[in-house]
Design a protein around this ligand. Sequence first.
Ligand code: GSH
Length: 202
Amino acid sequence: MKIYETSTAPNARRVRMFLAEKAIDMEYVQIDIQAGENLGEAHRQKNFTTKIPVLELDDGSYISETVAICRYFEELQPQPPLLGSGARGKAVIEMWQRRVEFNLFMPVGMCFQHVTGYFKDRMTPIKAWGEECGKQVPVFLAALDRQLANSTFIAGETFSIADITALCALDFARVIKIRPGGEQTDLLRWHELVSSRPSAKA
Ligand SMILES: N[C@@H](CCC(=O)N[C@@H](CS)C(=O)NCC(=O)O)C(=O)O
């Protein structure tokens, strides 16, 4: 098995962190997305959407989409459970994972792409849209701060994929100069806690 990824890309970091939590060794193959290597035919054959990360299985087939790759490894190696346990536990983590993905990870990414024009060779950046997405980020960070006033981790008392997605989004938000406010003490406490996990360095 190997994973095609880009070391600086936030979705790639989500998968690396997930695998590090499960202590699963992996071969990583770097794809230069800035240079457009992912747009070439070789990568398109692996994933028609042209995005990274992509997991190559030993039988030569491919799985893309970050959460799908994580789900595959959760099935292969259920411990520690990062997608939850039991009907309610799994649903609550999925709820938070999706909330974080749609309200933090995506707006950070859209703000980055549309304001900086990083991918202007392959898309038309719309600065006003990027700025609008950027405005949504602090609103959700305030909601996360409120949630973390009542729980150690985002989806409750156990570390989960929701924490991984949030950490990768929040750290990447540095590139658009968005940080938690000093008054968001619960969010800051959580950020320090999850950043201290060895997997955060993966
Ligand atoms: N829905 C995909 C999104 C993957 C994605 O957007 N990857 C980015 C890097 S974080 C990428 O490949 N960007 C290159 C491009 O847009 O050309 C997933 O969850 O894996």
